[in-house]
Each structure stands twice: as structure tokens, then as C-alpha cells.
Design a binder for this molecule. Structure first.
Ligand code: GSH
Length: 209
């Protein structure tokens, strides 16, 4: 079994989407961030960074389980394990890896920061506006990339789309709309309509109920 430690969050959602798309059986184990469960000794033994998602793959033949954190790294691990959702040509693979890094180092931190500014108990108008502007800027970069192809790294759906979907799914919480980015809107509607994505959202949202 593949164990996925997660909660109803943007970074968590990526992993069930990948596993549903890959048709790999998995078990979702809730880590309630509201109760600080990610700071427990047992959780930190799996991820010293104290963040979800974490995957423990107990299905590795003749080897100890693989424990892995960082959603982008987990997506790469699962795609390589299954031999799907990651192109084999060097050129297309480079695009996917570029997007995974852009997501992890650009779009996700900008959206995370804007989200925290939106929910701040004592919001500072300048800080809110600056964080929102950077989230919108990264969204426009994403829109430009999507202007040239059906999916973000080419004509096929890959783990790069799954990585970006996590935060675009929660764009409203980050104070960002999709009205000014038609390519993102088109892509978001198409990815939201995939059966695997619908199943993953239902299972992930249920973690917080
Ligand atoms: N770079 C990490 C970010 C993970 C992350 O920020 N997870 C959030 C939930 S979406 C979390 O665990 N937050 C708890 C905290 O920071 O205390 C990844 O992509 O997995």
C-alpha cells in the first residue's frame, strides 16, 4: 500500500490526483494541521520539515519502504515508478521539470504568501497588495505558458499540470481571480473535469470533515 499523509490543502491534493490518474491503490492518512499534528514527534520523524504531504511507499519490491516529502519530488517519484505522466524525450521532460521548479519556487510560495496575507488577523494593506500582486504576476506567467499548448508542458497532461492544479484549485483563497487569464481558465476547467481529479478532490476534502 502507498500511504499518503495529507489534509484538505493545495499541496496535499496533488498526490491523490497523481495516484488516481495512475490507478495506484493508496490510503489517505489525515494529518490535522489545525491540531498541530504535523508537529508531532512521529510526523517529524518522517519529515523533519514538518509539512504535508508525505508519502510512505510500502510497495517497493525487496526493499525498505520509501518515505518522501515535497509534493514536486513525490510527483516525480510516482511518475517514475509508474512510467506515466512524465514524457520520455529529453525536450519534453525538460519542460515538465522546469514547470515543477517554477511551481515550487515561484507560483506556490507567491500563492501561499498571498493566502496568509488574506487571512491575517491584523492585515497590513501594503503587505496584502504586494503579496496579491506577486501571486497575480506568477499566474500571468502560467497563463503565457498555457497560451502555447493544451497543457502546461505540451499537448499531454503531466505531473506539471498536477503540481500547478493544487494552488489554482484554491486561487480564491489566495485572493486571485482567473478573469484576466483566459488560458488558465480554459486549462482549469478542463483539468477540473477529469474523473480522477474529481475523485481526488472528494477524498481530500473529506479529510477535514
Ligand atoms: N514545498 C512543500 C510545501 C508543503 C506545505 O507548505 N504544506 C502545508 C500544507 S499545504 C503545511 O504542511 N503547512 C503546515 C505548516 O507550515 O506549519 C511541498 O510542496 O510539499
Amino acid at each position: 500500500m502507498i500511504d499518503v499523509y495529507a489534509f484538505a490543502t493545495p499541496n496535499s491534493l496533488k498526490i491523490p490526483i497523481a495516484l488516481e490518474e495512475l490507478e495506484l491503490p493508496y490510503r489517505l492518512i489525515p494529518v490535522n494541521l489545525r491540531n498541530g499534528e504535523h508537529k508531532s514527534v512521529d510526523f517529524i520523524a518522517m519529515n523533519a520539515n514538518a509539512k504535508i504531504p508525505v508519502v510512505v511507499d510500502r510497495t517497493v519490491p525487496e526493499a525498505a519502504p520509501v518515505t518522501i516529502s515535497e509534493s514536486g519530488a513525490i510527483l516525480l517519484y510516482l511518475a517514475e515508478k509508474a512510467g506515466r505522466l512524465l514524457p520520455t524525450t529529453l525536450q519534453l521532460r525538460a519542460r515538465v521539470i522546469e514547470e515543477l521548479f517554477f511551481h515550487a519556487a515561484g507560483l506556490a510560495p507567491a500563492f501561499t504568501s498571498s493566502f496568509f496575507q488574506q487571512i491575517a488577523k491584523s492585515p497590513n494593506a501594503e503587505a496584502v497588495a504586494r503579496a496579491q500582486a506577486e501571486a497575480e504576476r506568477t499566474l500571468r506567467v502560467f497563463d503565457t505558458r498555457l497560451g502555447g499548448s493544451k497543457y502546461v508542458a505540451g499537448e499531454d497532461f503531466t505531473i506539471a499540470d498536477i503540481a500547478h492544479y493544487g494552488w489554482i484549485w484554491r486561487h480564491e483563497a489566495a485572493g486571485v481571480g482567473l478573469g484576466g487569464t483566459p488560458n488558465v481558465k480554459r486549462w482549469f476547467d478542463a483539468v477540473s473535469g477529469r474523473d480522477a481529479v474529481k475523485r481526488a478532490i472528494a477524498r481530500t476534502v473529506a479529510l477535514a470533515s
